[in-house]
Design a protein around this ligand. Structure first.
Ligand code: BF8
Ligand code: SF4
Length: 645
């Protein structure tokens, strides 16, 4: 039962579809993530501050940051050690998740190379060749298949222990690579850094909190310039380069008269074949025979972003919509791969006719039907899943269906290649616009939803404040879905931007908020930043750039935040990370890192204040490059502005 009986919903989300479905969930007696968050109150203070430890069986232990209770765990670990270990393990878990996703795509490339799959081919031979060259592979006179085999073999080595440096990290400016060398954080092998992180945080191994955190940096870089980057580059190679296209977002993309299938998770391998299977004439005829006018696919979370970017498949919603999409009563089947899929969805589905199908043997869900995905037989499996959905259409209960809103238009598909093409083939027009001050700088707004924050408020408020101040915004993950739903990602949204950014968007026919993809595609942001820095002959940290994760929840977001800062980009977190039990670590992450990595974190839950911090940072960087800059003090905090009135 909902704990929000009757009122208070408007505090939970800015979205009409969310609010309508929360009300319906209450009527239908369905529990949601917000109900469960309320039931968890008060959440553990030690855990929130990062000072609890359950790494070994002498514990669990906790350190009282207010000095009254114990100051050390049973083993003697103090708050600094415990907070550092916990944070480092979050980085390792997040980096492992993204990098293992990359591994699955890499194995698919390997299958293509071995000629063992008819399901997948090389969609972007040019990109394959560019990557092969980066890995020092001779490309002349070689077939795509042969190059796929050789590149896959080389990239598998990125996961191992024979390399001294990850080859793709060489895309970073020389100055950045020197920082990594000097600090001992240059990533070597993806699995290696992650395993070493787990080793170091075992009881009695690394007890120097700075040393632990430096390895957390290295671990995150093995994701940002390794696993995630491999995932992005190979997904483009296999499934196609995203190009700009219009699509739609929010629960209104569901169709009342069609079989609705939700694609949820992160890995595009399966969703790509479902997109193909949903066009199968036999299955379309079967859908008609069951009384549906067609088969409608809609995405959720990052799998949704993958097929939105490449195929224009509409997006039903972001992280907090995964239960509510089922509450519409209009979903025949939700197919999930892995990551960010709440185990709650199978419970929600029991109240409706929706079938949940899990597909990866490493991600099973009690209550779901498991159909083991095997890339060698991808298309048959795709058809089997679509058939299940079609056959479930007659079970839909008309009186339980409510599709609450009309969809919102949005533009997607901005790969780096597509952005460069829009700019006429080189980044120079973007650089010129930044130099002239038409665009003050650029900010990546990324990451999740978190029920502790009013859904999408953090993303959309921050985005609005930045674009109206002529700061170009690039988005990925659930942040992108928030901005899309809010209507900020159409070319017409240029009217919401400041005069300089608006003029450029209108000239190019693009929105002021560009969708770069899923969360692994944050690597598109760092690679673009590296390309801009290389073009100017400076380090990334010199550029007027920033990152923000206003509503993050996931360990992956922690890994991303760390590799973005370690790549030289100042990053503002909206959700408070569990570090405040260690003043030393707070000081290091928010100040000390400047001298080590040339960038820091800030924590600011209020998006309007976050926008001020970011604008000040960008103006400081502009001044550093000798570009026209506002005095940072002239950008005042919102309450200070109020005080002036
Ligand atoms: O990898 S933004 S809630 S869906 S973790 Fe998850 Fe966060 Fe969404 Fe994508 Ni990324
Ligand atoms: Fe307690 Fe130390 Fe064991 Fe952690 S590692 S649970 S602080 S004894």
């Amino acid at each position: 039962m909902s704990v929000f009986s009757g009122n208070g919903y408007e505090k939970l989300s800015i979205n009409a579809d969310t609010l309508a479905m929360l009300e319906k969930a209450r009527r239908d007696g369905v529990e949601t993530v917000w109900d469960r968050l309320a039931k968890q109150q008060p959440q553990c203070g030690y855990c929130s501050l990062g000072t609890s430890c359950r790494i070994c069986a002498m514990g669990p232990c906790r350190v009282d940051p207010f000095g009254e209770g114990p100051q050390r765990g049973v083993c003697g670990a103090d708050a600094d050690i415990i907070v550092a270990r916990n944070l480092a393990r979050m980085v390792a878990a997040g980096a492992s998740a993204h990098s293992d996703h990359g591994r699955d795509i890499l194995e698919t490339l390997h299958l293509v190379g071995e000629g063992k799959t008819d399901t997948y081919t090389i969609s972007e031979p040019e990109k394959l060749r560019r990557l092969a060259v980066e890995y020092g592979i001779q490309t002349a006179d070689k077939s795509d298949q042969q190059l796929a085999a050789e590149l896959a073999w080389e990239m598998m080595e990125d996961y191992g222990m024979r390399r001294a440096k990850l080859p793709l990290a060489a895309r970073a400016p020389q100055a950045r690579q020197e920082i990594w060398e000097k600090t001992g954080t240059y990533p070597r092998g993806i699995d290696r850094e992650n395993v070493e992180m787990l080793h170091r945080t075992h009881m009695g191994v690394d007890n120097d909190w700075v040393n632990i955190l430096l390895h957390a940096v290295r671990t995150s870089l093995s994701d940002g310039w390794g696993g995630s980057l491999i995932a992005t580059e190979l997904s483009d190679t296999l499934f196609g380069l995203p190009t700009p296209k219009m699509s739609q977002m929010n629960l209104g993309v569901l169709k009342a008269d069609q079989v609705n299938i939700i694609l949820h998770g992160h890995n595009p391998m399966l969703s790509e074949v479902i997109v193909a299977a949903a066009q199968d004439p036999d299955l379309l005829r079967l859908a008609e025979a069951h009384g549906a006018t067609g088969i409608n696919l809609a995405g959720l979370c990052c799998t949704g972003s993958e097929v939105l970017m490449r195929k224009g498949i509409p997006m039903a919603g972001n992280h907090l919509m995964q239960e509510l999409v089922i509450v519409t009563g209009a979903v025949e089947l939700m197919v999930v791969d892995y990551q960010c899929i709440m185990p709650a969805v199978t419970e929600t589905a029991k109240c409706y006719h929706t079938k949940i199908v899990s597909t990866f043997d490493k991600a099973k869900f009690p209550g779901a039907q498991h159909i083991s995905f095997d890339p060698e037989h991808g298309i048959e499996i795709g058809k089997q899943i679509v058939r299940l959905a079609v056959e479930n259409f007659p079970q839909r209960v008309a009186s339980k269906v409510n599709i609450p809103v009309e969809p919102v238009e949005m533009m997607t598909g901005f790969s780096i290649e597509a952005i460069l093409q829009a700019l006429g083939g080189t980044p120079q027009p973007l650089i010129d616009a930044i130099v002239k001050g038409q665009i003050r700088g650029a900010v990546g707004i990324v990451g999740c939803n978190n029920p502790k924050i009013k859904q999408d408020l953090g993303h959309t408020e921050l985005t609005r404040r930045l674009i109206e101040n002529d700061i170009l915004v690039v988005v990925t993950g659930c942040a992108a879905i928030a901005d899309g739903k809010a209507g900020l990602m159409t070319p017409a949204a240029a009217d919401k931007a400041g005069p300089g950014l608006s003029a450029i968007c209108k000239a190019l026919g693009i929105p002021p908020v560009l969708h770069l993809g899923s969360c692994v595609d944050n690597t598109r942001i760092t690679v673009l930043a590296a390309a801009l820095a290389n073009a100017l002959g400076v380090d990334i940290s010199a550029l007027p750039l920033a990152g923000a994760a206003p509503e993050w929840y996931s360990e992956k977001a922690v890994a991303i935040g760390v590799y973005v800062v370690a790549s030289g980009i100042y990053t503002v977190l909206g959700t408070t990370p569990p570090i405040f039990g260690s003043p030393n670590i707070v000081k290091l992450l928010t100040e000390g890192l400047e001298g080590v990595l040339g960038a820091t974190f800030a924590v600011e839950p209020d998006p309007n204040r976050a926008a001020v911090l970011i604008r000040r940072h960008i103006e400081k960087k502009r001044a550093g490059l000798g570009l026209s800059a506002l005095l940072p003090d002239s950008i005042v905090m919102p309450e200070a502005e109020l005080a002036l009135v």
